[in-house]
Design a protein around this ligand. Structure first.
Ligand code: FES
Ligand code: FES
Length: 399
């Protein structure tokens, strides 16, 4: 046990903790301050967010011993706080509360935004709150409430504390710049890391792309392998079949510049980047290697998709066998767990396969691209949740 001293909501207290005990457990279990909620206990959901020496921090991944001498403010400590009072009223007015489980963490992060954002910029608010997940998916009211409080305060002549020593918005431990630097150096070429955020690299070295994770997938298309292989060689049609993808330039026949649009929870991302395609006519295989970056969330990704066309049904149809490798770093990487990425990839693959089928059945590029212009991960997540609940219900019925 280690003895530590903390100033919690203005009162100095001393206690003994195990080195492995997290701050959230000390507050909830030893001090009965249960306003700090625990959701994931992995630093992902933001429910446990509190203020550590004035900055939002995730208490579920903060060791209490590391906080010796620190000032801790929990949601209980904001009873008399002016900004928190305005936020509480705005949350109630804008119907931003719902079940309320995420609310203490939301208020902590929102208070930080109200304090520091110069203007009520919706995108900046969404990025600032992207480390706080709401299971009720009620971000519209929450964003509106935060925006209203910022707007009202600036109109009353209360200036923002812009910067105030910090370079990025968001809770301690989830700051995008810090994460990108800490986790991506092994994955991204040095030249790319020096680029300003959001600017796609003009060139990149495919040999530098080393995916951190990979998985296999496959789908069937009702056309002969040669036709499917030819489709995979036509990048414009291929992009039209891929949900959310747009080509912006084709500098050389094997090089693509483009973007993929995604919406996850409160965060919209547009990954802009480059990719290179290699093809092997002899065995009807190929490979796409690419890197991309979202300017707003500062999330970087790189990956490699390899494919092989296997004839089935006596060559009348094709089994497309894929190996997908990827690396993700930045805020979105926090919520993109392996299982989730695989589920999403499988949904994307299904849509992609359907679009390929439609195109090969005679549809035009335009018809093949009749798909959501943005890859809406929320819709996909709901779909996944529904299918998992259906599977669970089936299992329970069988027992
Ligand atoms: S409980 Fe701490 S981030 Fe989820
Ligand atoms: S209000 Fe229910 S989790 Fe956010």
């Amino acid at each position: 046990m280690t003895t530590i001293q903390l100033t919690i909501n203005g009162t100095t207290t001393e206690g003994s903790v195990e080195p492995r005990t997290h701050l959230a457990d000390v507050l909830r279990d030893q001090l009965d301050l249960t306003g700090t909620h625990l959701g994931c206990e992995h630093g992902v959901c933001g429910a446990c967010t509190l203020l550590l020496d004035g900055a939002p921090a995730r208490s579920c991944i903060t060791f209490a011993v590391a906080c010796d001498g620190a000032a801790v403010t929990t949601i209980e400590g904001l009873d008399e706080d002016e900004i928190a009072a305005e936020l509480r009223a705005a949350f109630a007015r804008e119907h931003a509360l719902q079940c309320g489980y995420c609310t203490p963490g939301m208020i902590m992060s929102a208070r930080d935004l109200v304090l520091r954002l110069d203007h009520p910029d919706e995108q900046a608010i969404r990025v600032g709150l992207s480390g706080n997940l709401c299971r009720c998916t009620g971000y519209v009211g929450i964003v509106r409430a935060v925006r209203a409080v910022i707007e009202a305060r600036r109109q009353r002549g209360i200036a923002a504390e812009v910067g105030a020593g910090r370079t990025a918005l968001g809770p301690v431990g989830s700051q995008p710049g810090a994460i990108a630097t800490a986790t991506s150096s092994a994955l991204l070429p040095v030249t790319e890391m020096k680029l300003s955020h959001g600017v796609a690299p003009a060139t990149f070295d495919p040999t530098e792309v080393v995916p951190a994770k990979s998985f296999d997938a496959s789908f069937t298309v009702n056309a002969a392998p040669e036709r499917v292989f030819a489709l995979f060689g036509n990048v414009r049609t291929l992009a039209a079949c891929f949900p959310g993808a747009t080509i912006t330039d084709l500098p050389t026949p094997d090089r693509i510049e483009g973007e993929i649009r995604v919406a996850i929870g409160p965060l919209s991302a547009v990954f802009r980047g480059s990719a290179q395609i290699d093809r092997n006519e002899a065995d009807l295989s190929g490979r796409l290697i690419g890197t991309g970056r979202d300017r707003q969330s500062r999330t970087a990704t790189s990956g490699q998709i390899s494919w092989r066309m296997l004839p089935i049904d006596e060559g009348r149809a094709t089994r497309v066998v894929l190996t997908v490798g990827y690396s993700l770093s930045g805020p979105l990487a926090q919520i993109a767990r392996d299982g989730l990425v695989r589920d999403l990839a499988s949904r994307i693959t299904t849509t992609f396969a359907q679009n390929c089928d439609r195109y090969l059945a005679g549809a035009t590029n335009q018809a093949a691209s009749e798909r959501p212009q943005r890859l809406n991960a929320v819709g996909l997540l709901l779909d996944i949740a529904l299918s998992r609940m259906t599977a669970l219900a089936r299992r329970m019925r069988r027992q």
